[in-house]
Design a protein. Structure first.
Length: 206
């Protein structure tokens, strides 16, 4: 069981990651979200979903390079925050762009490939969030759970693709995220990673 003291990185993270959401709620209530509040809601939730996902995928490489174990314990929280912001992002789009109409939403998903990629990202993230508990690790068994959670890399690649599709001029941010993902993949490559993968899964739940 993680002691109360051992949980402080998670609490600190929650405190920091709730700020953009609080900013949106306050901005919405006070009418401070600019000339196009829906656009602001879509952009802020999308950006934070992507940032949390990239941070989540960077925790194992960071732990491997530094030997620190605290990044492993933040992976689950970061993944849940990524999924939470992604669900909000999706809800804003479905509510404001399609008035919650499933047929209109589906039409858009089929018509615009970058939207298809966004939806695919969310569909990969959701089962990971739903199986992120200790009880689900036990139920699925360590190996199956790990195989399923490798989907997080796929979600990372899809999310960067979705973002890159939208960016027309300044490619700095998508390139930065793609580089972080690429370095993370390299650091996880079997010749370097050895047998550490299983130990990392165990540590993440301590
Ligand atoms: C669930 C399905 C999704 C839909 C329907 C969707 C839709 C959208 C839309 C409509 C925009 C605004 C495009 C514009 O500026 O014209 C957007 C932007 C964005 N989305 Fe998504 N998205 C989805 C999933 C995701 C996911 C899962 C992530 C990340 C994990 C993500 C990250 C982003 C980012 C980073 C932006 C750009 C924000 C900015 O302009 O700064 N999206 N998305």
């Amino acid at each position: 069981m993680t002691s109360l003291r051992g949980r402080w990185p998670g609490w600190l993270l929650a405190l920091l990651l709730v700020l953009p959401l609080a900013g949106l709620v306050v901005g919405l209530l006070k009418g401070h979200l600019g000339v196009n509040p829906v656009e602001t809601l879509t952009h802020v939730t999308g950006e934070w979903a992507l940032r949390c996902l990239i941070l989540c995928l960077s925790m194992t490489p960071l732990s491997r390079v530094t030997g620190w174990t605290w990044p492993l314990r933040l992976r689950r929280d970061l993944g849940l925050w990524a999924c939470g912001y992604a669900c909000l992002h999706f809800s804003v789009w479905w509510l404001f762009d399609h008035g919650l109409d499933p047929a209109s939403m589906l039409g858009d998903v089929l018509k615009r490939p970058w939207i298809t990629v966004g939806v695919a990202t969310l569909l990969v993230l959701l089962p990971l969030a739903l199986t992120s508990t200790r009880a689900m690790v036990r139920r699925l068994g360590g190996q199956r759970w790990k195989r399923l959670h490798r989907g997080a890399y796929l979600a990372g690649v899809l999310a960067v693709l979705h973002f890159s599709w939208l960016v027309k001029a300044d490619l700095f941010e998508p390139l930065l995220y793609a580089t972080i993902l690429g370095l993370g993949f390299l650091l996880r490559w079997p010749p370097w990673s050895g047998r550490r993968g299983r130990a990392d899964t165990v540590r993440a739940f301590r």
